[in-house]
Design a protein around this ligand. Structure first.
Ligand code: NDP
Length: 448
């Protein structure tokens, strides 16, 4: 008999928490998971999944136009936001059900409540019930960060966007990262007038510069507006419900909806970390070692609440590795080398490994190969949009150290190519592979 109520108590049923719970339970642990909101976390409930479904919905705007060039007699079509919104939300409900089933089938006790840590082995639930556990795993994710600006309460975040009553005619998105560029593409396709407001002139910091420039060029060509080096002064709400965004520099912008997409902060508030002395880093994230263990021996943390990579598949791996390490007698860490990532902008972009600038800094001499082409479909559709693929190669070893692309289906293509980059293949080994013709991906083995 264990001295504790549970072997593992997980706080947060998002991607990392659910994976850790399921795997720990499969290893024979008695597991409970507390979730105060909905099972699935940011990714399933208000992030990756509903966002991707909106992206699919948005794509029809251009597809329907292009269809005419391919011989289809498409009448003028209208878009109904509420239909898409409700269908997306229904799918989110379906997925939440599947997540709950997974927990249930692994005999993980789901506690719909808020949990606060009151001791190294003890949590207190919102109901007042106290529960003990040999290990506690914090998997509470991150929460949108809203900059301090007068009238910020008139804006919303990506959390609320999925529930809008109507599609805004004019939308201002603050920030130049993942969420800003993804929602800019989505709402532009739905017919909104979109303005991205960014504090610097850099979009999507961390991605390869040429690829980012191409996104800016295409976005601008499509009609998305950008305000760079913008210093917001205040946001005013007019009597008719519309907003006016005032800047310290430049003219005000009127809009119907303002979305903050200014990064996310680790969700540590109210967790009771101070009760047990769990250490945070300078960004307010929980400090962990390679095995996701905090400075308190019985307490671990995975996913966005730690300062590693804020990506769902990473949180899942961390949760899995934690469960294998602690309950599966198989200590293992997560390999963060060559993690591919994508921005589902319009068009999407994706990358793996080092950017050209990073490679030059790290390796000294690099060789860069690019293919700048107009995808076949765009040619017939009469679209000027060009795709750009870029390969960064270590000049000494000829190994491919980075692959970056923007264009239709870039994330789908890059996921497969990332296997080769992760495996350390050389440019010659890419070239030795016969092209699959006609495809966009064949450019990867034909790079000059
Ligand atoms: P990002 O970190 O991608 O971008 C934040 C943006 O906001 C940057 O342009 C940043 O500018 C700006 N910013 C930060 N603080 C302020 C401030 N105080 N005032 C004005 N601007 C500010 O964050 P997102 O919110 O877009 O997304 C959050 C995270 O979620 C991402 O980092 C990513 O890890 C994850 N995500 C992943 C997706 C995917 O994989 N496709 C999709 C959506 C989210 P600066 O560059 O100057 O710092």
């Amino acid at each position: 008999m264990s001295d504790y109520d549970f072997d593992l108590f997980v706080i947060g049923a998002g991607s990392g928490g659910v994976r850790a719970s399921r795997v720990a339970a499969a290893h024979g642990a008695k597991v409970a998971v507390a979730e105060e909101y909905r099972v699935g976390g940011t990714c399933v409930i208000r992030g990756c999944v509903p966002k991707k479904l909106l992206i699919y919905g948005a794509h029809f705007a251009e597809d329907l136009k292009d269809a005419r060039r391919f011989g289809w007699n498409v009448p003028d079509c209208g878009f109904e936001w509420t239909t898409l919104r409700d269908n997306v939300l229904a799918d989110v409900d379906r997925l939440e059900g599947l997540y709950k089933n997974t927990l249930d089938s692994h005999k993980v006790e789901l506690i719909a409540d808020r949990a606060t840590i009151v001791g190294p082995h003890k949590v207190k639930l919102g109901s007042g019930r106290e529960v003990s556990a040999k290990y506690i795993l914090i998997a509470t994710g991150a929460w949108p960060l809203i900059p301090e600006v007068e009238g910020a309460e008139h804006g919303v975040t990506s959390n609320e966007v999925f529930h809008l009553e109507e599609c805004p005619k004019r939308i201002v998105i603050v920030g130049g990262g993942y969420i800003a560029n993804e929602f800019a593409g989505i709402f532009h396709q739905f017919g909104s007038h979109v303005t991205i407001v960014n504090r610097s002139a850099t979009l999507l910091r961390g991605y390869d510069e040429q690829i980012r420039d191409r996104l800016l060029q295409i976005s601008t060509m499509k009609g998305i507006n950008f305000r760079f080096h913008a210093e917001m002064e205040k946001i005013e709400k007019n009597e008719d419900g519309t907003l006016c965004v005032r800047f310290k520099n430049g003219d005000p912008v009127a809009c119907d909806l303002l979305v903050f997409a200014t990064g996310r902060k680790p969700n540590v508030e109210g967790l009771g970390l101070e009760n047990v002395g769990v250490e945070l880093n300078e960004k307010g994230a929980i400090k962990v070692d390679d095995y996701s263990r905090t400075n308190v021996e019985s307490i671990y943390a995975v996913g966005d609440v730690t300062d590693r990579l804020q990506l769902t598949p990473v949180a899942i791996r961390e949760g899995h590795a934690f469960a294998d390490t602690v309950f599966g007698d198989n200590p293992r860490t997560v390999d963060y080398h060559c993690v591919p990532s994508a921005v589902f902008s319009h068009p999407p972009l994706a990358g793996v490994g080092l950017t050209e600038a990073q490679a030059k800094n790290k390796l000294g001499t690099v060789k860069v190969y690019t293919s700048d082409f107009r995808p076949m479909k765009n040619v017939l559709a009469g679209r000027d949009e060009r795709a750009l693929y870029k390969m960064v190669v270590d000049a000494t070893t000829n190994r491919v150290v980075g692959l970056h692309m923007i264009g239709p289906d870039a994330p789908e293509i890059l996921q497969a190519a990332a296997v080769a980059v992760k495996a350390g293949l050389t440019k010659q080994e890419f070239d030795d592979t016969v092209a699959l013709h006609p495809s966009m991906a064949e450019e990867l083995v034909l790079l000059k």
